[in-house]
Design a protein around this ligand. Structure first.
Ligand code: SAH
Ligand code: SF4
Ligand code: F3S
Length: 468
C-alpha cells in the first residue's frame, strides 16, 4: 500500500466537474429531472461526506429526495464500526431490490467505510448484482466519474484500491443545515486502537491546510452559520503532517478570532494527544463551546493497554481534572466499550468507578464487536454474551442516574442557547454545552441566540422558557 497522501489537484477536480456536466446533459437529452437519494450511516464524518456526494449530484442536475422509492440514484454511505451497523446496511440494501424492480433504471451505489473492506466488496460482487458501483472513502472525489461510467457503459464499477488516502479541496457541498455546519479538518487515523476498523478503511491521518479551513469557516459564517463543528477521528493530532501550519489549538484560536457571532465545537479528541494547551485555548475564548467529547473506552489501565490507547486511568483523570479546573461549566461526554476481550469483572468495575468519579453529562456506550482484520478480533474472549449484556445494562443504569442528576442541576439556571428548530409544537435549542432544550416560542426565533431559563429536566433533555 502507498503510504503517501494523494493531493487531488485543481485539474483533477475540474475533470470530475466535466463528468457532472456530461451527466447533466445525459438527463437534459432525456428531458428528465433526475432524482437522487443519499442514505447516511455512522458518524459525523460520513454526514460530512454525504454533503459532498449531494453536492456532486446537485451539480449533475439531480434533485435530492428523502427516500429511495423513485430515485434514479441511490447512494448508501455506510459505517463499519460494529457488526450491527453492517447488518443494517445489508438488510436495507436487500430492500432496494424492490425499489429497483419498480424503477429498473435506478442505479445503486455503496460507499463509505464498509466499501473499504475487501470482504464487503467481494460479497457485493458475488451476491448483490443489482448494486451498480462500490467506492471506498479514498475515491469519493471520483464519484461523478463512477456515476458517469455506470450511466454511459452500463457496467458495474468498483473503485476500491487500498491507499493511504487523499485530500481534495473544492468539492461542492449541499449542506443539511444552514445554522450548523460540519467542517472536516483532517481525515483518517494513525492510532490503530486494537478493536477499531477505522484506520483500515479511512487510511492514514492527513490534515487540511489551515488557510483552506479558515476560508471555509469564513464563508459559512458569512452565510449565517452559527455553529461550526470541526471533525476528525483524532482532532488533537491535527497539523502533525504539515510543516509550519501550527497545531489544533492554534487552529481553534485562529477560527475563534474570525469576526461574527458563532460557536466552535469539535470532535473527537484522543486523550493521548489532548493537553493543557487545548484546554487553556478553550477556556480563553468565548467562541469555543465549553464542551468536550473525550472517549476513555475503559476505566482499567490493563484494558487500555490491550486496546493500544497510549494512556492509563491516572493520565485520563489528570486530563479531565485539569480541563474542569479551567472550565468549571465544561460539559463532558465520552465513549466506552464493555466486554473487550478478557475484560474481568474487576476491570469492568473500574469503568463504573471512573464514570462515577468523572460524572459525564452523557455517554455513548458500546458492547465490543469483533472486526475482521483488527488485532482484538483474534484475542481470547472467554466472557459470555449474557455476561457482557449484563455489564452493559449496569453501565447504562449507572450513567442514566448520573445524567439525570446533572440535568436536574440545570433547573433554575439561565443559559444562552442557539434556537435551532422545532419539535412538534415546541421550539428546540442547544445550550453551549450541546444539551437539548425544548421551550415554547415563535418560529422566527430560529437561528438566533436566546436567553432561556431551565424549568425542567429528563435524562436526555431539558425544558425551559424564554427569560423575560
Ligand atoms: N476516533 C474516535 C472514535 C471513533 S469510533 C476516538 O478515537 O475516540 C466511535 C466509537 O465507537 C469509539 O470511541 C469506540 O467507543 C466505539 N468502537 C469502535 N470500534 C468498536 C468495536 N469494534 N466494538 C465496539 N465499539 C467500538
Ligand atoms: Fe479508531 Fe482509535 Fe482511531 Fe478512534 S483513535 S478512530 S478508536 S483507531
Ligand atoms: Fe463508522 Fe466510518 Fe465513522 S466506520 S463511525 S462511519 S469513520
Amino acid at each position: 500500500m502507498d503510504t503517501k497522501t494523494t493531493v487531488i489537484s485543481e485539474a483533477q477536480l475540474q475533470q470530475q466537474f466535466a463528468f457532472c456536466d456530461k451527466i447533466h446533459a445525459y438527463w437534459v437529452d432525456r428531458d428528465t429531472t433526475p432524482k437522487a437519494y443519499v442514505e447516511t450511516y455512522g458518524c459525523q464524518q460520513n454526514e460530512a461526506d454525504s454533503e459532498k456526494l449531494r453536492g456532486y449530484l446537485a451539480m449533475s442536475g439531480y434533485t435530492i429526495i428523502s427516500e429511495a422509492e423513485g430515485a434514479d440514484v441511490v447512494v448508501m454511505n455506510t459505517c463499519a464500526i460494529r457488526e450491527h451497523a453492517e447488518q443494517r446496511v445489508f438488510g436495507n440494501l436487500g430492500a432496494l431490490t424492490h425499489t429497483k424492480r419498480r424503477h429498473p433504471a435506478q442505479k445503486i451505489f455503496l460507499c463509505g467505510c464498509m466499501a473499504g473492506e475487501t470482504k464487503v466488496s467481494d460479497r457485493i460482487k458475488k451476491s448483490y448484482p443489482f448494486v451498480d458501483g462500490v467506492f471506498s472513502t479514498h475515491h469519493l472525489w471520483q464519484f461523478p466519474e463512477i456515476l458517469w461510467n455506470v450511466l454511459s457503459r452500463g457496467k458495474r464499477q468498483f473503485y476500491i484500491e487500498d491507499e493511504a488516502g487523499s485530500i481534495a479541496e473544492g468539492i461542492p457541498q449541499v449542506r443539511d443545515n444552514a445554522l450548523k455546519a460540519w467542517v472536516s479538518i483532517m481525515y483518517g487515523c494513525n492510532n490503530f486502537c486494537t478493536y477499531c476498523i477505522v484506520p483500515y478503511v479511512r487510511g492514514r491521518e492527513r490534515s487540511r491546510k489551515k488557510e483552506d479551513i479558515l476560508a471555509e469557516c469564513r464563508e459559512l459564517i458569512a452565510g449565517g452559520c452559527k455553529e461550526i463543528t470541526l471533525l476528525g477521528q483524532n482532532v488533537n493530532s491535527y497539523g502533525k503532517d504539515l510543516e509550519g501550519n501550527g497545531d489544533f489549538s492554534d487552529l481553534l484560536a485562529d477560527i475563534a478570532a474570525l469576526d461574527g457571532e458563532f460557536l466552535i465545537r469539535f470532535m473527537t479528541s484522543h486523550p493521548r494527544d489532548a493537553g493543557k494547551k487545548l484546554f487553556d485555548t478553550m477556556a480563553a475564548s468565548p467562541k469555543i463551546a465549553k464542551q468536550l467529547h473525550l472517549p476513555f473506552q475503559s476505566g482499567s489501565s490493563r484494558v487500555l493497554k490491550a486496546m493500544n490507547r497510549h494512556y492509563d486511568r491516572e493520565k485520563y483523570l489528570e486530563l479531565v481534572n485539569y480541563a474542569k479546573s479551567v472550565m468549571p461549566d465544561l460539559v463532558l461526554t465520552s465513549d466506552v466499550i464493555v466486554g473487550f476481550p478478557g475484560e474481568t469483572e474487576e476491570e469492568f468495575e473500574e469503568t463504573i468507578s471512573l464514570i462515577e468519579q468523572v460524572h459525564y453529562d452523557s455517554l455513548f456506550t458500546f458492547i465490543f464487536s469483533p472486526r475482521t482484520g483488527t488485532p482484538a478480533a483474534s484475542m481470547d474472549d472467554p466472557t459470555s454474551k449474557e455476561e457482557k449484556s449484563r455489564r452493559f445494562d449496569r453501565l447504562c443504569a449507572v450513567q442514566n442516574g448520573i445524567s439525570e442528576q446533572i440535568h436536574q442541576n440545570y433547573i433554575g439556571k439561565t443559559m444562552r442557547c442557539l434556537v435551532d428548530g422545532t419539535d412538534k409544537d415546541m421550539l428546540t435549542a442547544r445550550t453551549e454545552g450541546g444539551r437539548l432544550v425544548r421551550f415554547a416560542g415563535n418560529a422566527d426565533l430560529i437561528g438566533t441566540y436566546q436567553s432561556i431559563t431551565i424549568t425542567g429536566a429528563t435524562t436526555w433533555s431539558l425544558m425551559g422558557e424564554l427569560t423575560q
